[in-house]
Design a protein around this ligand. Structure first.
Ligand code: HAM
Length: 436
């Protein structure tokens, strides 16, 4: 039997692991889309495969992603291509390629789709995972950074995801980072022997990466590292102060983490991460920040930008913890199940269409042609809210019994006679939905 590639999931209806249930995914992705559309971001759909050089230059050769996690291949034309490990580099590539700076430099984009990283799979960490992300191009003002934090706050609220901690930090402009680099190197030099092998190498080339190392020994060294705030230029400090003021005024709670650096090299200025204790080791649900140099580095005009990405699997894990399986059926199962006996099939299909036209009701018509008993068994199995058996009698009378399957499941045989008209059915379904 051929199985799915390790670390790659099948999201499907009725998955045993609730976080892989497509009902949970529909909930998370449609709520995220509502929030992002509400902030006037527009969806882009970008390629999954890009030239390897885009990520090597964009994310940085020294990062874990580029140095050890990329799925790269050589195509028939001998080009080195890579399955995107994240969405920002591709978004910038598209922004530059279509010369959007010339038409309207300010662009608000969002995206949703799979990303690929060859990490060791574990709960919350996969090799194909989904991100929903947003990028705002063309605004240097701190209001743009604050908009990201406010939007993320709204996203958590809309998903009813609680117990989220927001950490922010500022990497400053090039001058600030250069100054901090020297200060940090000086500090790390004194404790170089305590660092892991990778960090001993990084400390010379890219000392900020050491702050991001997950090893306990390196973390211990980092705890006492100097705070970047002291190295910030006046302009960076003023910018970062304003971001924090605006976010606070908008009701966002956050803490400043002096050692937050993020695992990608393109960041400048404000950076942030959202995490939750409810997820264990893979606790980061969102990461993002400013990357004012990337558009120019990838060949475009100097263009400030800021963005974030959230992991869908991790959001789905949080949502799945909250809902019970019977609720999942409510999210995804049919509201109405029509079970036609021989001769009533055409009327059942027409009636189902009438109901569907009247609102967002999900109606399943049993098309098995089987016995009523089996049809009703299936109605139960798919978690339908109500069911109607349609036979000759019902067609003649123009009325049938509407069975409330939720109360039936509790042993309470509740059914009402109802006229076979779309309007009446919808009113009855709405009533059942309220009582559920
Ligand atoms: P990132 O921090 O690498 O940032 O990823 C963002 C989120 O994607 C993480 O917080 C996590 O929820 C999820 N994620 C990352 N790797 C995995 C994995 N292996 N399995 C499951 N979920 C994962 C970025 O990707 C940046 N492009 C964010 C950004 C956008 N910055 C500016 N604009």
């Amino acid at each position: 039997m051929i199985q799915a590639v390790k670390g790659m999931n099948d999201v499907r209806p009725g998955a045993a692991e609730a976080f892989l249930d497509s009902a949970v995914w529909d909930y998370v992705t449609s709520r995220a889309a509502e929030v992002l559309n509400g902030y006037a971001y527009r969806q882009v759909r970008l390629p999954l495969l890009e030239e390897t050089a885009l990520f090597a230059r964009g994310i940085g050769e020294d990062t874990d992603i580029v140095s050890k996690e990329m799925y790269s291949l050589t195509d028939r034309g001998d080009r080195s291509l890579t399955l995107r490990p994240e969405g920002t580099a591709g978004a910038v590539r598209a922004y530059v390629e279509h010369a959007l700076g010339k038409t309207d430099a300010v662009q608000r984009w969002w995206y949703l789709g799979p990303m690929f990283r060859a990490e060791a799979p574990q709960k919350g960490r996969y090799r194909q995972f989904y991100q929903v992300g947003a990028e705002l191009f063309g605004v240097a003002a701190p209001q743009a950074d604050a908009e990201m934090l406010v939007m993320l706050n709204a996203l958590c609220r809309h998903l009813e995801v609680t117990d989220v901690s927001v950490r922010v930090n500022c990497l400053g402009d090039a001058e600030s980072r250069e100054r901090y680099r020297a200060v940090l190197q000086e500090y790390l030099r004194g404790r170089a022997s305590e660092l892991c092998e990778t960090c001993q190498r990084r400390f010379a080339t890219n000392p900020l990466r050491v702050l991001d190392c997950k090893r306990a020994t390196c973390r211990a060294v980092v705890t006492a590292a100097p705070d970047i705030l002291a190295s910030l230029s006046e302009a960076s400090r003023v910018h970062f102060d304003l971001v924090q003021q605006l976010a606070t005024a908008a009701g966002v709670s956050f803490v400043r983490d002096p050692h937050l650096v993020r695992g990608l090299d393109y960041y400048t200025g404000t950076i942030f991460e959202l995490a939750t204790a409810a997820l264990g080791a893979q606790d980061a649900i969102v990461g993002g920040g400013r990357y004012d140099d990337l558009v120019a580095e990838l060949g475009g005009p100097p263009t400030p930008a800021v963005g974030f990405a959230a992991g869908i699997e991790r959001l789905a894990l949080l949502v799945a913890k909250r809902v019970e399986h019977k609720d999942l059926a409510w999210w995804s199962g049919p509201h109405l199940y029509l079970a036609p006996m021989a001769g009533a099939e055409a009327r059942a299909m027409a009636l189902a269409d009438e109901v569907r036209r009247l609102g967002p009701w999900r109606v399943e018509v049993d098309v098995s042609g089987g016995r009523v008993k089996n049809q009703m068994r299936r109605a139960d199995k798919v978690g339908a809210l109500a069911a109607i058996v349609l036979g000759e009698d019902e067609l003649a009378k123009g009325a049938a019994m509407l069975k409330n399957l939720r109360s039936l499941a509790k042993g309470d045989d509740s059914q009402v006679q109802i006229a076979l008209k779309g309007g009446e059915l919808v009113a009855a379904l709405a009533q059942l939905a309220r009582e559920r």
